[in-house]
Design a protein around this ligand. Structure first.
Ligand code: ACM
Length: 625
């Protein structure tokens, strides 16, 4: 089984800490200004003073330079749903909101200062990115929806991110997402100050980017004839697999790619395109079987996992990828191109006379090392296009120059080794940042949508520190930052992406922005709670969290009864419960005071959150005996 599907045991040792973590201390934490304002990610420095500035419905935004005007225009668009009509002005005096770039004002290009006082609102930064993040913070100081009056608290904020790379990946191959949703995903990242969108564009199950020189990639490789039904890992053998008999596919034209790139650039988000090689490439072989080590035919894959049919590392394959990367490099202005490099079984290479010849010619004795040789050629080619190579941590195995960056996914080991060797590193370990993993302590719970399994609760993401303590301070400088990965084997719709992404993206946001020493899960949770209304205003299909408090502390109560004090993370939500084994819903008992549950017989307490938007959480459950 491929690593990502084998669900290492460490998945299941993760306790349901969300129910226990950090309850004490919330009250004191809630007193600090930053807590009260509910800002995510938590800024460096927040100073409030008594009073509020009243922001009118018609606003002028001062902006003079092109960067200021870009941010002002975005802010104008973001203020419209709040009932504010904003115009741009070059008169400072007339403006309620002033965007000011001043060299040297931010400690980093992404840093900013935000001041709200009697004379209005001013955001100051060294450049556009800082202004944009200041604007995002300002939006979080405003009500989530249109309101008759808007009082903005007097505040002075000085802020900058902990990490240069604050990423989120989206796999558009296993399931395809239209341009409109890609833009929405970018908006999600921007709202929580992430700056890197890793676009996983090619895989066994579909090739998603138009390449002019290879039209069959979008005629053939972009489509599969059907898709596996159900969770693959729950079937014992391929004979048990069933397919939906429905053709599936899609791709982005180069014009659409340019549109998305421009959209992201305006929002200070760098796109890292991923073109997988040499593994995860059977969709290429479906269109161009001559790139395989053995004759086809091949088809775009209809199931999940790791496929042994990979491209052969021969000259036609180099020509193919060099042509593809030439077009990709021209489309994406960012410094990095991701070449995948993960999960490339050498079964076909071992059997291939052509690969034997390459090994003889190049003096390579281990077929595994052929991938390193392959990567190094690709790295040189990318460098000739002005691009840096980044790949999954397998690229370390065959040897790669330190100019290549490494994305550590099989835990932190690869990242640590790479940083020690002098590579730049992005940390995205499955254990903490694979947000396709489940959010329910029970894997494959019937109360969750179909998913890959695993358990990655909020606190486990939140408490992740991308700087491994195994590294010296000097080596830690190679850690570019964290990235959350959203693989989509089972994530079939935008709504389901949102369900997996929220509220976990808010935790990811602080992993990337807030220095570890300033992070506290206990303090994060009440700030996060203030965001559900914002997510509702944007019609985001977040996962409604289960009620808290149904845990062993209630069982410790002295006497005949267990006592459970429940609370919901969603302000204004109801908690409904049952003691009869049924699933709670709108018609079952409303929780109003601590629950006393008799212990003279065995029963299961189940409680759900019903959010103000009417949506219901999965149940929290506890067996009482
Ligand atoms: C990966 O999850 N295969 C990088």
């Amino acid at each position: 089984m491929p690593v990502r599907f084998s669900l290492p045991t460490r998945f299941f040792v993760v306790a349901s800490v969300i129910f226990l973590a950090g309850q004490p201390g919330l009250a004191q934490q809630a007193e600090t200004p930053a807590q009260r304002l509910g800002l995510i990610p938590l800024p460096r420095e927040v100073k409030t003073s008594a009073g509020t500035y009243s922001l009118p419905q018609k606003i002028s935004i001062y902006a003079s330079s092109p960067e200021e005007r870009n941010v002002a225009t975005l802010l104008q668009g973001l203020l419209a749903p709040l009932g504010k009509t904003a115009t741009l002005t070059t008169s400072r005096q007339a403006a309620q909101i002033r965007l000011v770039t001043a060299a040297g004002t931010g400690p980093t290009p992404e840093g900013y200062q935000l001041a709200v006082g009697t004379d209005g609102i001013q955001i100051t930064a060294a450049g556009g990115a800082g202004l944009f993040y200041g604007a995002q913070t300002l939006l979080q100081l405003l009500p989530p929806r249109s309101a008759a009056t808007t009082s903005v608290p007097y505040v002075r904020i000085a802020d900058e991110p902990a990490f240069r790379w604050r990423g989120a990946m989206l796999d558009v191959c296993r399931h395809f997402f239209p341009v409109e949703f890609i833009k929405r995903y970018i908006d999600f990242l921007a709202a929580y100050k992430l700056n890197t969108f890793h676009w996983h564009l090619t895989d066994d199950q579909g090739w998603r980017i138009e390449i002019k020189k290879y039209p069959k990639l979008t005629q053939v490789s972009a489509f599969r004839k059907e898709t596996l039904i159900g969770a693959q890992q729950t079937f014992k053998k391929p004979e048990d697999f069933k397919y939906d008999a429905t053709p599936y596919g899609g791709f982005y034209t180069q014009e659409q790619i340019r549109e998305v790139v421009a959209y992201a650039q305006k929002r200070y988000i760098t796109i890292v395109p991923e073109i997988e090689m040499p593994g995860h490439s059977v969709a290429i072989l479906a269109a161009y079987p001559e790139l395989a080590c053995k004759p086809g035919p091949y088809e775009t894959w209809t199931m999940w996992g790791v496929n042994e049919d990979i491209v052969c590392p021969t000259e036609p394959t180099f020509r193919f990828f060099e042509d593809v990367l030439t077009e990709v490099s021209a489309l994406f202005p960012g410094p990095y191109v991701h070449i995948g490099g993960d999960e490339a079984p050498k079964t076909r290479w071992k059997e291939s006379a052509a690969v034997q010849d390459i090994m003889k010619r190049e003096g390579i004795t281990d077929v595994e090392k052929v991938q390193g040789w392959f990567n190094r050629r690709i790295e040189k080619f990318l460098a000739s296009k002005g691009k840096k190579l980044i790949g999954w941590d397998e690229i370390l195995e065959g040897g790669i120059p330190t100019s290549a960056a490494v994305m550590s996914w099989r835990g932190e080991k690869g990242g640590i080794e790479a940083a020690k060797a002098g590579h730049d590193v992005v940390m995205t370990p499955t254990t903490n940042l694979y947000i396709d993993y489940g959010q329910n302590p029970q894997p494959h719970s019937p109360n969750e949508p179909l998913m890959i399994g695993g358990y990655l609760p909020l606190d486990r993401i939140y408490n992740y520190n991308p700087l491994p303590k195994e590294l010296t301070l000097e080596q830690q400088k190679h850690i570019l930052g964290p990235q959350a990965n959203m693989w989509t084997e089972y994530i079939t719709t935008p709504q389901k992406v949102e369900y997996m992404l929220f509220p976990r993206l808010l935790a990811v946001s602080e992993v990337g922005w807030t220095p570890a020493a300033r992070k506290s899960y206990a303090a994060f949770v009440p700030r996060m709670s203030q965001h559900f209304a914002r997510l509702d205003a944007k019609k985001i299909n977040y996962r409604v969290p289960e009620p808290l408090g149904l845990d062993s502390t209630g069982l410790a109560a002295p006497g005949e009864k267990a006592i459970f004090t429940l609370r919901s993370l969603v302000p204004g939500a109801q908690i409904r419960y049952t003691l009869d084994g049924k699933l709670p819903d709108e018609t079952t008992e409303l929780y109003t005071k601590p629950l006393a549950v008799p212990r003279n017989r065995q029963l299961t307490v189940r409680a759900v959150t019903i959010a103000p938007n009417g949506r219901k959480s999965a149940p929290a459950e506890l067996l009482v005996k």
